[in-house]
Ligand binder design. Structure first.
Ligand code: NAD
Length: 427
């Protein structure tokens, strides 16, 4: 009988492998295998029809050894505490690999926002805060948006927190609208961060960026800004893909000489779906969903979903590909990793490549805490510096030890967290 996939067991297995390589002692391993704290609670909400519905909520703080926990809140009907535990653990490693003074956390509510009015969602957000108000905040744990939550949810959360605390605490939460303490540059941060690391990888591989070709999976927030910056640097994006809501399948759109980004954006809806008819009319080839992976390009950027580069699809990667930069979380399976390793493809692992988002959230928190807001250029310049430093630390270790980039990134992150725990005398 096949056992259901459990993300937390996978996160623990990944950790165990790296802990072994680092030679961490038993106490440290036991400490870092588990979340430090978890809150499980109920949120009663008076629904629009007058009935009361009770929602289940969570907040998991995996580690705050390096600073306040940081991580999103998801609204999802299939949310499980083990998924939240895994995501909190991965946040600890992501913050550590880019060396920002934050730990890892994640939260969730089991609900489907599609079936809830705005007022009901607001009540869930406010109820969520009331349950954890003593355990979150600028110096304890800083939530952010995630799946099916957005800047409006963050404002409701901040407002309830401030009402209870009796003061202004914009640094209690990130992902807010710019009008209420959000950071300029956050929209661009993840996609740009991916390309900052690609630019550095090209330098290490002695490949000029001018004329470099890329194929991307997805055409949402991450890939749109990754495409924008790569094109500005002289690169060419030949292929992007997206989900089509009408046909219930994904398609790949290709223009060999390079996409016209402004045009494609003008025919793309806010969910990242390209208008099929208009694209074809403008001469874009519409190919099958997985076609993005077999293009004759130097760079592949999966930026849609997890589990996309698998043992099967990895064999279709063109011999021209030099770099895989993981914009999405978890796009590559362990079987595919083995193939990429054997073929000598340079992989920029997800929790390094897409760390621009959380780094900018950290900048948002810093700006809120000091009540002084930076211009966009300054945000992006600081982001670039952070990503460059993090990337080269990982690439240096990978080169020195012969470890795969993903393993080198985990080694740096876990060692930093272990050092913080050790210095504090926890293990
Ligand atoms: P998004 O919702 O803005 O865009 C997702 C895109 O993927 C859309 O174009 C959608 O049509 C496409 N898509 C969905 N299913 C597809 C399929 N089967 N095949 C091809 N395309 C498909 O999402 P996003 O914010 O760009 O996030 C993309 C990935 O990056 C996710 O894994 C997310 O967790 C990760 N990520 C995002 C951020 C961020 O700041 N946005 C930060 C870190 C990681």
């Amino acid at each position: 009988m096949s056992k259901e996939f459990n993300a937390f067991e996978m996160a623990q297995r990944q950790f165990d492998g790296v802990a072994e390589k680092l030679g961490l002692d038993e106490g440290m391993r036991e400490l870092l295998r588990w979340p430090q704290r978890e809150y499980h609670f109920t949120i009663p909400v008076r629904m629009d029809d007058g009935s009361v519905k009770v929602f289940k909520g969570f907040r998991v703080q995996h580690s705050d050894s390096r600073g306040p926990s940081k991580g999103g809140i998801r609204f999802h009907p299939q949310e499980t505490v083990d998924t939240v535990r895994a995501l909190a653990t991965w946040m600890t490693w992501k913050c550590a690999v880019v060396d920002i003074p934050l730990g890892g956390g994640k939260g969730g509510v089991i609900c489907d926002p599609h079936d809830l009015s705005a007022r009901e969602q607001e009540q869930i957000c406010r109820g969520w805060v009331r349950q954890v108000v003593r355990n979150i905040g600028p110096v304890q744990d800083v939530p952010a948006p995630d799946v099916m939550t957005n800047p409006q949810h963050m404002v409701w959360i901040m407002d309830e927190y401030e009402k209870i605390m009796g003061g202004h605490y914009p640094g209690a939460i990130t992902g807010k609208p710019v009008e209420l303490g959000g950071s300029l540059g956050r929209t661009e941060a993840t996609g740009y961060g991916v390309i900052y690391t690609v630019r550095e990888a090209l330098k290490r591989l002695n490949i000029p960026v001018e004329g470099i070709k890329a194929s991307m999976q997805g055409f949402g927030n991450v890939s749109q800004y990754a495409a924008k910056l790569l094109i500005e640097m002289g690169g060419i994006v030949t292929t992007v893909s997206c989900w089509d809501n009408d046909d219930h399948v994904a398609y790949t759109y290709r223009k060999i000489e390079g996409i016209d980004l402004d045009f494609l954006l003008s025919i793309t809806n806010r969910f990242g779906t390209i208008d099929q008819g208009k694209a074809e009319e403008a001469g874009y080839e519409r190919l099958e969903a997985d076609a993005w992976i077999e293009q004759d390009v130097e760079i592949l950027i999966p930026a849609a979903l997890e589990n996309q580069i698998t043992g099967d699809t990895a064999t279709r990667i063109h011999s021209s590909v030099k770099i895989v930069a993981e914009g999405a979380n978890g796009p590559t399976t362990p079987e595919a990793d083995a193939i990429l390793k054997e073929r000598g493809i340079f992989v920029i692992p997800d929790f390094l490549a897409n760390a621009g988002g959380v780094t900018c959230s950290y900048f948002e928190q810093v700006q809120c805490n000091t009540n002084f807001y930076w211009p966009k250029d300054e945000v992006l310049e600081r982001l670039d510096q952070k990503m460059v430093t993090a990337f080269h630390a990982v690439a240096d270790l990978s080169e020195e030890t012969g470890e795969f980039m993903r393993d080198a990134a985990y080694m740096i992150a876990i060692q930093r967290v272990a050092t913080a725990c050790h210095l504090r005398g926890w293990a």
